[in-house]
Design a protein around this ligand. Structure first.
Ligand code: HEC
Length: 119
């Protein structure tokens, strides 16, 4: 009896942590599609911030490959995509992309330029 309680507790703990880990992951393939549809005009196909639509922008788009962006955490980038950056042409995408789609596109950006805490 006691053993069964322990086993079910272990199952609950393991499956919740699995679910939490899953909720932070995204699908980079779907992210690639979203990136090409909405983001390349400014951020460029390689994420270097040199897309074809940047000539009229006052603030240059972020270069995802630069240390400044590679040292940002996933959560910082996630919030920037969701809510936008104040006083910048980078508006929030919460009205057009679901939370899952934002995670997908974030995973794709990270595949172009992986997180690097030392820059
Ligand atoms: C109209 C041009 C434009 C489009 C389209 C655009 N961005 Fe941006 N983005 C910018 C600019 C400009 C900045 C730099 C903002 C700043 O540093 O003030 C930026 C910054 C960012 C940042 C970094 C924010 C930070 O923390 O410094 C991320 C991440 C980002 N964009 C993701 C995206 C994604 C994902 C898409 C597509 C869904 C997208 N952007 C579409 C112009 C654009």
């Amino acid at each position: 009896m006691y053993l069964r309680i322990v086993i079910s507790l272990v199952v609950v703990v393991v499956s919740t942590s699995w679910a939490m880990a899953q909720s932070l992951t995204g699908n980079p393939k779907n992210g690639e599609r979203i990136f090409h549809q909405y983001c390349v005009g400014c951020h460029g196909t390689t994420g270097d911030g040199l897309g074809p639509d940047i000539k009229e922008l006052i603030v240059p788009p972020a270069n995802f490959r630069a240390p400044k962006l590679r040292t940002r955490t996933d959560m910082e980038l996630y919030l920037a995509i969701k809510q936008g950056v104040l006083f910048s042409p980078m508006h929030g995408w919460a009205d057009r992309l679901s939370d899952q789609e934002i995670r997908d596109v974030l995973r794709y950006i990270r595949s172009l330029a992986p997180f690097n805490p030392v820059g």
